[in-house]
Design a protein around this ligand. Structure first.
Ligand code: SF4
Ligand code: SF4
Length: 223
């Protein structure tokens, strides 16, 4: 009987990584173009275009679909950044996001470096790439600062359907919710599944728990 392929082999060899990466890059580009067009029509400035402030937007809860974490995990594996220390930091960050209070502050993202740069920039999830504000940059870091986010409706139009298509292509179990959760949780799950031939069972079990945890967090913070 031929050996079953691992999650990493399917993601890399089957072209899944390239396909989902293309979808996310295209989505970010189109969303940003739509925001720029809206800013021109309604005469406002997108503060993120010239932001030199500390990246407060990288210290909040960040969510992602599991498929968006595949290129990130592939990048970490290729760069030999998948270490026990990184997995521990991802687990801690995921737990902090899932337990976050109403202020939404969880501390700097695992992928933000000391110079305020995203170390997975080309593979960042759509919610990061499409998050733009028209309020002054200094408001982002100010407790209680009024922040005006620019709507990014394309994400909702594209992402849930993409998640379904990718889950089916990977043979993942239906879990009554999208494979979606805190970004560090999704990346951690991909790394943990990377070398497993039984990844579908593993991701089904843990994907269900991750989706439930982030749903509880969302319900708590929207009150
Ligand atoms: S969201 Fe705020 S902190 Fe983040 S890049 Fe935009 S202006 Fe800067
Ligand atoms: S993935 Fe990158 S852009 Fe997104 S929150 Fe983390 S450091 Fe910021």
């Amino acid at each position: 009987m031929p050996a079953r392929l691992t999650f990493g082999q399917i993601a890399e060899g089957g072209g899944v990584r390239d396909d989902v990466s293309r979808v996310t890059r295209d989505l970010i580009r189109r969303s940003n173009e739509a925001a720029a067009a809206d800013a021109r029509v309604h005469l406002y400035v997108i503060s993120c275009d010239s932001c030199a402030a500390a990246k407060a937007c990288c210290a909040c809860v960040v969510t992602a679909y599991l498929y968006e974490a595949i290129p990130i995990a592939a990048r970490l594996v290729r760069a030999r950044r998948d270490t026990p220390a990184l997995r521990m930091r991802l687990r801690d960050a995921a737990e902090r996001m899932e337990a976050v209070g109403a202020d939404g502050h969880v501390g700097p993202c695992v992928f933000l470096d000391a110079a305020e740069r995203c170390t997975i920039y080309d593979d960042r999830p759509a919610v990061c790439g499409a998050h733009l504000v028209s309020s002054p940059a200094e408001h982002c870091a100010r407790p209680g600062g009024e922040v005006t986010a620019i709507a990014a409706p394309l994400l909702e139009a594209v992402q849930p359907e993409t998640a379904e298509v990718v889950a089916e292509a990977l043979g993942l179990e239906p879990i009554d919710a999208p494979y979606f959760g805190a970004l560090p949780r999704m990346v951690l799950l991909c790394l943990e599944a990377w070398a497993r031939p039984d990844y579908a069972r593993f991701l089904g079990e843990h994907g269900r728990a991750a989706a439930a945890a982030i749903a509880v967090m969302a319900a708590r913070t929207s009150r």
